[in-house]
Design a protein around this ligand. Structure first.
Ligand code: UGA
Length: 448
């Protein structure tokens, strides 16, 4: 089977490369000539574990190729995947102009029965609009439009593609269903459920999944606040919740608020989509507001831990990526925290294993360091913002020795309060009672 994937961004490149790995002939198309030339040489524009190996292997095997020529790619394909960006517009709604532009190009070059498949995250109704656009451009076109959203996470995208929880296919005809079934036939039916729905259900499901996960994180973050005020431990609460199969244990790690290129964008788009269709998504609107406030409140915690005034104080930041295993800093909590601390007069040193180059494009006046110990050097407080593995195995005696004051704010709960207290740190975590205050003492105080 031969397919093309239009757009070599995050979703397009991972999907194209992984389809090739599964034995399908794939042409990846992009309008950016330089990017295409680099990809031909095996230069990958994003950091994604495992992706480079696959691209190199499949390019060498001639199952994966890259081009700027949409016409030839579409003409030769049984299925054309649209994987271009749907960035937020000023009003929060998903900008579908790239998707529709590509639909027009596809329309002109269709050659025999072809599937036009959306991989991009698109609001409900997009498949029908693509159908309308194609018919307007080419009334005789023989095609079906399919919604086949991705559930890839940055940092584990290859693994997520190869071992999906489910494959979601929104289509309207048996012909489309047969082609999509053949495309995914390499996945064992027992191991990976394939769910066939209408395009509308599929489109809504993608947004609903991301919004639900964003809600779950926001929920546990508020529970973390309650734990802090009352002597509870949010990690244990998460464990207790997660053991209930109806709730599930994923996405219950309390932290500085969610970020990244998906949850903030998709929650915004879903609420706009809800308003447009007179179906307000009030819970998600609240989730967005709470998450925004949470990111901002993290800087206050740094200030409080430093005695209420941060002016002239040195803050070491560990991690600027929005999560580990990615160089992506889009909507990362680190950006808000650093920005606010700088505005309050703090001097920032920061280190991230991968994301510093990206962060340099959006942050000013940060002293970028070669490692964690340099970031900690002479600092009044060290703030763990991203839970990179290497931060979990730091030599804490060494960290303490280089710091001006032994104070740590661990926004990802990667260390244990007792261990840190024993080492002599003033250690503040998320959703745990402050050391030296007996469990229950605070809660009792409030009740009284
Ligand atoms: C998310 C979804 O998880 C993917 O299924 C989806 O395909 C993708 O968006 C997309 O729509 O393209 P991603 O943005 O890569 O993936 O990252 P996540 O691992 O979901 O993390 C998002 C944010 O939530 C991060 O800031 C992370 O630190 C935060 N998070 C996650 C928590 O604060 N706590 C948790 O328990 C889990």
């Amino acid at each position: 089977m031969k397919i093309s994937v239009i757009g070599t961004g995050y979703v397009g490149l991972v999907s194209g490369a992984c389809f090739a790995e599964l034995g399908i002939d794939v042409v990846c198309v992009d309008i950016n000539e330089q990017k295409v030339e680099e990809l031909k040489k095996g230069i990958i524009p994003i950091y994604e574990p495992g992706l480079e190996d696959i691209v190199l292997r499949q390019t060498a095997a001639k199952r994966l190729s890259f081009t700027v020529d949409t016409k030839s790619a579409v003409t030769d394909s049984e299925a054309v995947f649209i994987a271009v960006g749907t960035p937020p517009r000023e009003d929060g709604y998903a900008d579908l102009s790239y998707v529709y532009k590509v639909a027009k190009q596809i329309a002109k070059n269709l050659n025999g029965y072809t599937l036009v498949v959306t991989k991009s995250t698109v609001p409900v109704g997009t498949a029908q609009e693509i159908k309308r656009i194609i018919l307007e451009q080419n009334p005789n076109a023989d095609f079906d439009v399919v919604s086949n959203p991705e559930f890839l996470r940055e940092g584990s995208a290859v693994k997520d593609f190869m071992h999906p929880d489910r494959i979601l296919i929104g289509c309207e005809t048996q012909r489309a269903r047969d082609v999509m079934g053949a495309l995914y036939s390499c996945f064992s039916k027992d191991a990976v459920p394939i769910l066939y729905t209408t395009p509308e259900t599929s489109e809504i499901s993608k947004y609903a999944a991301n919004a639900f996960l964003a809600m779950k994180i926001t929920f546990i973050n508020e529970i973390a606040d309650l734990c802090e005020q009352t002597g509870g431990n949010v990690q244990e609460v998460s464990k207790a919740l997660g053991m209930d199969a109806r709730i599930g244990k994923g996405f219950l790690n309390a932290g500085p608020g969610y970020g990244g290129s998906c949850f903030p964008k998709d929650t915004r788009a879903l609420t706009q989509n809800g308003r447009l269709h007179n179906a307000p998504q009030t819970i998600i609107e609240q989730v967005m507001a709470v998450n925004y406030a949470r990111q901002a409140a993290m800087a206050d915690r740094v200030v409080q831990a430093c005695g209420g005034d941060i002016k002239g104080k040195r803050v070491g930041i560990l991690g600027v990526a929005f999560k580990p295993e990615t160089n992506d800093v889009r909507e990362a909590p680190s950006l808000v925290i650093i920005d606010q601390l700088q505005a309050a007069g703090a001097i920032i040193s920061a280190y991230d294993p991968i994301a510093m180059e990206e962060a340099k494009k959006v942050l000013q006046d940060v002293n970028w360091c070669d490692n964690s110990y340099d970031a900690a050097k002479d600092s009044d407080i060290l703030v763990i913002v991203t839970e990179w593995s290497e931060f979990k195995t730091l030599n804490m005696s060494k960290v303490k020795a280089v710091m001006k004051r032994p104070c740590i704010l661990d926004l990802r709960n990667i260390y244990q309060s007792e261990d840190m207290a024993q080492l002599g740190f003033n250690y503040y975590a998320i959703g745990k009672s402050i050391p030296n205050i007996s469990s229950g003492e605070k809660a009792v105080k409030k009740l009284a």
